[in-house]
Design a binder for this molecule. Structure first.
Ligand SMILES: Cc1ncc(COP(=O)(O)O)c(C=O)c1O
Length: 368
């Protein structure tokens, strides 16, 4: 089976983990943890980084910073992983969904304004599959209505929007460093913020709201969302070589573009003029004329030894939210169509030229 994604760690990464282990700093303090926060914040042009255990709790922390009142609304795309939406719901907020653009698969910013009410507090942009969302219209609407902009940048390490790093554009941003991400700590996450006050609150949320002056006095409920120095050690070298990692992902995408371009029945990922796509995954969209849906196509590819993943299923179609009475009767046609027609093929950093060719010829055979 050609895996859909595989981490690629180098000897320098393993050596740093050994250093952390041998130095005895195995919990959530240590020089690698501090460096990880500083290096990642700098890479994203943000002043403060707070490392946490994964990308989902990074969103919990980010949403906690909004101090939502029950019924406060946060706008978010329907076409996303569940993490941002569950964070809003758990914090007592109401997620308000927006459909996506059919070509670049990002939140359709032209539909934002119609979703704003007097309860709207924030816009949570989720950059999808390595391509930036169109941020200028988001910033414009946010400024007009005094909304906070949160970026979920889990899938866009190193991606650029008009030359600016994703995760360095809004007020708050979050990242995942799961093993399939461009930079990985195995499990891991980060919150980036612009003010020292928000950074202090995020650190409190990460660490049980212990207070710096009087440790066991608590003014708020927090969490244990700490990351270990051991995990952070893994990331230091990867951040230093992020440009090379991005270049490799783009090279993999160019190979697929060449091998699969112009074939009837599928469309390939795009790159808008204002974007640097890092192709976190390489998605294919099946044309309705093929008579195939993503599940049937994935089955055919699996039979040829090619692992794939289906695209996200929109949040308005999730039983868990329908049970809660959310999104009743709402339709988001683009999200629905992407969910049924989209899947992504192997594109991990360790993939070989032979494997890329095998995947591409399998895709062609399965379309016949
Ligand atoms: C956009 C997005 N947000 C959040 C997450 C959650 O990150 P984690 O798996 O580290 O909890 C992911 C995971 O892939 C993601 O793609």
């Amino acid at each position: 089976m050609i895996p859909v994604a595989e981490p690629l760690l180098l000897e320098e990464d393993r050596a740093r983990v050994r250093d952390a282990l041998e130095g005895g700093w195995i919990s959530s303090s240590g020089e690698f943890l501090e460096r990880f926060e500083e290096d990642w914040a700098r890479a994203c042009s943000m002043p403060h980084g707070i490392a946490v255990s994964n990308g989902s709790v990074a969103l919990d922390v980010a949403i906690s910073l909004l101090r939502l009142e029950p019924g406060d609304e946060v706008i978010v795309p329907s076409f996303t992983i569940i993490s941002p939406v569950q964070s809003i719901v758990r914090a007592g907020g109401v997620p308000v969904l927006v459909d996506s653009d059919p070509v670049d698969w990002q939140m359709d910013a032209t539909r934002l304004e119609e979703r704003i009410t007097d309860r709207t507090r924030a816009i949570l942009v989720v950059h999808i599959y390595g391509h930036p969302a169109d941020m200028d219209p988001v910033l414009e609407v946010a400024a007009k209505h005094r909304l906070v902009v949160v970026e979920d940048a889990a899938e866009v390490h190193g991606a650029l929007y008009k030359g600016r790093p994703c995760g360095g554009i809004g007020d708050i941003s979050t990242f995942s460093f799961y093993a399939n991400k461009l930079v990985t700590t195995g499990e891991g996450g980060m919150v980036l913020v612009r003010t020292a006050e928000l950074a202090a609150r995020a650190r409190g949320q990460r660490n049980l709201c212990f207070q710096p002056q009087r440790r066991f006095l608590h003014a708020e409920l927090g969490n244990n969302f700490r990351l270990t120095n051991l995990q952070a050690a893994m990331a230091i070298g990867q951040i230093a070589r992020l440009e090379a990692i991005v270049a490799r992902k783009r090279e993999i995408a160019r190979s697929y573009d060449t091998l699969l371009g112009g074939i009837p029945g599928i469309s390939l990922p795009v790159e808008r003029g204002w974007a640097r796509n890092v192709y976190w995954v390489y998605g294919l969209l099946l044309d309705p004329s093929t008579g195939l849906d993503a599940v049937a196509f994935a089955d055919r590819l699996r039979a040829r030894g090619v692992e794939t993943r289906p695209f996200f299923l929109g949040m308005h179609e999730q039983p868990v939210f329908q049970e809660m009475g959310l999104f009743r009767g709402e339709r988001y046609p683009v999200a629905e169509s992407l969910a049924r027609r989209g899947l992504y093929i192997p594109s991990g950093l360790g993939i070989t030229r032979d494997q890329i060719e095998t995947v591409a010829s399998s895709v062609k055979e399965c379309l016949r």
